[in-house]
Design a protein around this ligand. Structure first.
Ligand code: ZN
Length: 282
């Protein structure tokens, strides 16, 4: 089995200080938490930006500041920026994180309900954003909330807008999307074209059980406060604690952990692009 890639999703768009004191919000808090997650064994971080009031933003300067601080404190870790819609709906704004040339950015290939919103990713927007990924050479992590989103990704591949091998993230257990069950995870993993890689992000109490299933199945794992606030005993978690739990489970099960460079090889990332984001930081 391939070594395990552990992604830390530190901030997201929803958690705020009233929900947990452990969510990092500012660029310096995020970078310091990335370092702690790297020390715990994460090789990839999924990054959202917040404005000075803690609200989700797609502001270029905030992503730049966050990336600059991460590159200083944890230069080897793979940076994946979010293109999620809670921070803004305008097409170019949502493409901003991709145009900053991180090694990876997230790309949700379809629409569904999420708590309080329609997460809208219409067909013409998918063509637009896939084109930006193609033009920049940034590797998308294709976020799958519903099975039909896999078909949409394969359609974009047919249109030569996505280049295989594709990498997917199954986000399971959000209200409005597919429930976080092992049965759904097995079905989705079996629905991918051969040669694909995948990770799972279980929401809430589904996080650690789905991580454990993914470790056994040969997939990869995303954990963090974006997806789940609590340890299995119900107490509020830090991001590094959630990473540490997954590493311990993997080691107990005999699955080795991928370093950032090993994760680059598994995900077919071009090592030349490792520091490309630094060229986009003023
Ligand atoms: Zn996210």
């Amino acid at each position: 089995m391939e070594k395990l890639i552990v992604t830390a999703a530190l901030t997201g768009n929803v958690p705020h200080r009233d929900m947990t004191p452990h969510v990092p919000l500012t660029p310096s808090e995020i970078a310091a938490d990335v370092r702690r997650c790297a020390d715990a064994g994460a090789s990839l971080v999924h990054i959202h930006a917040r404005d000075q009031k803690g609200k989700p933003t797609l502001e270029k300067a905030v992503f730049q500041e966050t990336a600059r601080r991460i590159k200083t404190l944890a230069p080897d870790i793979i940076i994946q920026l979010s293109t999620g819609a809670r921070a803004g709906r305008e097409w170019e704004a949502r493409a901003t994180p991709v145009r900053l040339l991180p090694e990876m950015a997230s790309f949700t290939t379809g629409s569904n309900n999420l708590p309080g919103i329609v997460y809208e990713n219409a067909p013409d927007f998918l063509l637009f954003l896939a084109g930006v990924f193609q033009e920049t050479g940034v590797k998308p992590e294709i976020e799958i909330f519903e099975a039909g989103m896999i078909s949409n990704a394969l359609f974009l591949q047919q249109k030569l807008l996505l280049t295989p091998p594709l990498h997917f993230d199954f986000v399971l257990g959000a209200r409005g999307a597919m429930p976080g069950t092992v049965k759904n995870l097995v079905f989705l993993a079996d629905s991918l074209p051969s040669g694909s890689t995948w990770t799972v992000a279980g929401i809430g109490a589904a996080e650690i059980p789905l991580a454990t299933a993914a470790i056994a199945m040969g997939g990869h794992v995303r954990v963090g406060i974006e997806d789940n606030l609590r340890l299995p005993d119900g107490t509020l978690a830090t991001n590094a604690q959630l990473v540490d739990i997954v590493i311990t489970i993997a080691q107990t099960m005999g699955r080795d952990i991928a370093s950032p460079d090993e994760a680059r090889r598994i995900l077919s990332l071009d090592p030349k692009n490792k520091d490309r984001i630094l060229t986009q930081i003023d």
